[in-house]
Design a protein around this ligand. Sequence first.
Ligand code: GDP
Length: 421
Amino acid sequence: MNDTICAISTALGVGAISIIRVSGDEAIDIVNKIFDKDLTKKESHTINYGHIVYNGEIIDEVMVSIMKSPKTFTKEDIVEINSHGGVAVTNKVLEILLLEGARLAEPGEFTKRAFLNGRIDLVEAESIMDLIESKTETSRKLAISGMEGKVSKLVKNIIDNLVKVNANIEVNIDYPEYEDIEIVTKEKIEEMSKYINKELTKLLNESENGKLIKDGINTLILGRPNVGKSSILNKLIEEDKAIVTSVAGTTRDIVEGQIRVNGILLNIIDTAGVRETEDIVEKIGVEKSLSLVNDADLIILVFNNNEKLTDEDKKLLEYTKEKKRIIVINKIDLENNLDISNLKNERIVKISALKDSGIESLKNEINDMFNLEEINLGDFTYLSNSRQISLVKKAVEISKNLEDALNNDVPIDLLEIDIKE
Ligand code: GDP
């Protein structure tokens, strides 16, 4: 594994500088072969001005950082070449490094080495990807908290507890003559199991917040044609992304937009009007929107204030009754013909997309529904990664097995298996 890897670490394109990173035992020697100053004599953690020279030709004027093992990201020697930005220069430097004996890094390989060399744990490695991909200030905070190891610390206490109890059980079994070692009783295991179950369940419940911060709220605007879905999307995202016309069924395909509400990303999808239709293009759009209902975290169901509730409206109410939804009564600038007295226990917001009135109330309602303010005040120690969440779920299940086993009077040495798992 000790071969020396290199890669372009910045986005490839026109920019002021690019960074080409080299990591491994030979990092300094390889770059030294193409740099016009002697890098082997430089101190660690210094940045050095010079030129990349190959076959007597100056390739670029650069700054080269040297970071010697072990205080580096990968715990290996790292050299970073800051070249001028641009595709040709950056690729040329990379090409020369490859010719001089470095190997092209695979995607994520620097982070993989950091993980394998014990510099970071898996949660921290995953957080680095999350940080790079974060689109909002809130998701950035979440990722940084993961990178700093806050999430890892959360589970570390639990793991320490388990390891201690298990070690204790093993000593009790293997060395019954040791009288000064505490005997692990079933009561003690039960107490531990309850504590772990409680902590992990709390972690799981809060992970919903983590997922909201990371992935945003998938919001679907639903309603029959011409109720004003596209107009609402445009007002929400404050740009004319969806085409608005007064011909029924003009939003032929799905239009998406993103806004931030209290730092949380709202991924909004406007669908073709849901109704029976002969038009094949529209029909595809319609079917797509029905399947989208299942994937949505939030449905904004739109009715027209100017018209009576139709059978289609009722179908949509029925179809989305299990989902988190907000009912938006649009066109309140027109005469009221809509009777909503039958709609009980619903979140209802009245707006006029045309007159730009009530849009703020809609955002406030979303804010309220998902407790966004509270999420933002939290300490961002949430699980947000599906792999991590599924592992915690599994651990909760096992802790339940443990409790069942205790209730069934299973001998302690057998309980050890569950604890280990
Ligand atoms: P969609 O088919 O549900 O996406 O509806 P559109 O957004 O395309 O709007 C259909 C028609 O209703 C357009 O002519 C809009 O200008 C109009 N409309 C949308 N919102 C309002 C509103 O609040 N008041 C009035 N009077 N007309 C509106």
